[in-house]
Design a protein around this ligand. Sequence first.
Ligand code: SF4
Length: 298
Amino acid sequence: MNNIPKSLREKLRQVSYIGNLKKELVLESKIDKTKKYLFELNDKNIIETVMMEYEDRITVCISNQVGCRMGCNFCASTLEGLIRNLEPWEILDQIIKIQEDNNKRVSNLVLMGSGEPLDNFSNTKKFLELVNDKNGLNIGYRHITLSTCGIAPKMIELADLELPINLALSLHSPYDDKRQEIMPVAKAYKIEEIINACKYYIKKTNRRVTIEYSLIKGVNDSEKEAREIIRLLKGMLCHVNLIPVNNVEERNYERPDKAHIYKFKDILEKAHIPTTVRISMGSDIGGACGQLRKGYKK
Ligand code: SF4
C-alpha cells in the first residue's frame, strides 16, 4: 500500500497482519455435487470445510475449531482433542475461499464442521457479525444454522443476543445416562437443562429449533427411545433431524437399516413431531465430520 505514509505502514505492520487460508486439497463427490476442502492455516494446522450444492442454494459447512474437546463418540473431529480455537477471520475465510474457487455465491451456512461453536463463543459472535454485515458477505442470519452439543449456559447467552439464526441441538438420546455414554459433555448439562435452554431460545428468537439425533444401531434406536423423545419435545417449536450415523473406524457404531430408520421416523411423525432423515452428502469423499482431515493427516 504505497499510497499511505511509510510511518503508518510501519505501524500497521506492528499491530496487524493479513491472514490467508491456503487451499490444500479439494475432493469432489462423484455421487452429488459436494466438495470437501482442506485448508491450511498460517500455523500449518489443517481444517476441513464442505460445500453442498442444491438446486436452489449453496450451503457451506464450516469448522470453528481445530479439533474439538467435546469427545462425542461418533465424531472423528474429537479424536485428538482440541488443538485451538479459530479466529473470526479464519472462520470467515473458509466461505470467501470457496466462493472464489467456485465463482458462486454461498447462500446458507451451517456451523456443523469441526469444533463446538459455543466453546469458541466470542470468536463465533464476531464471525456472525462479519458474515452478516452488508459490507461483509451479507448472508442473512436466517440462512445460518449453529449446531451445539448442548452447552446450556452458552445457549442462553446466544439467545440473549436475539439473532434470528437457527439453533440445532445434538440430542442423540432422550436419557441422561445413555447420552453421557455417547457424548461426555452430557455429564455437565442434564437433558432437562438443555431442553429448557432450547425453549428459552425459541422464546427470545421465535425460531424453530432443530433436534439432531444420530441413529446408532442397538444404542439409541428403539421404540422406547422414540416414545421418550415425544414426551420430551411435545408442544415445543422444533423438528427432529435423524442422522443415520457414519462409521468411524475407531468406534464400534453402526447405522441401522433403512426400514428401521423410517419406522423410527414414523413413530415421531404420528405424534405430530416433524421429522426428517438427513441425506448423507459426499459419502464417497469422507462425508462424516473430521474424516477427511484425519485421513489426510495419516
Ligand atoms: S460432534 Fe461436534 S461437538 Fe461433538 S466432538 Fe464432534 S465436533 Fe465436537
